[in-house]
Design a protein around this ligand. Structure first.
Ligand code: FES
Length: 71
């Protein structure tokens, strides 16, 4: 099972990526202001930050993107 969604907002990273592109939202702060994702527990934050940089929308569980560190 991969990490591929903001559970609190019930939205996939792929959907977030499409909305971000359509509304020209480039940061997680801008996505939060629109209340699209990552306003509650924020466990999705490192994954969404990585998605915004790379376009990757699915991640290995427990691996913090771009760090190689385990949670
Ligand atoms: S999983 Fe995204 S705010 Fe909780």
């Amino acid at each position: 099972m991969s990490v591929n969604r903001c559970i609190c907002h019930d939205i996939s990273f792929g959907e977030i990526n499409q909305i971000a592109a359509g509304k020209n939202l480039c940061t997680i702060e801008e996505l939060r202001e629109e209340e699209i994702c990552s306003t509650q527990c924020r466990l999705c934050e490192p994954y969404i930050r990585a998605m915004l940089k790379t376009g990757q929308t699915s991640f290995e569980p427990g691996l913090i993107p771009n760090t190689g560190r385990k949670r």
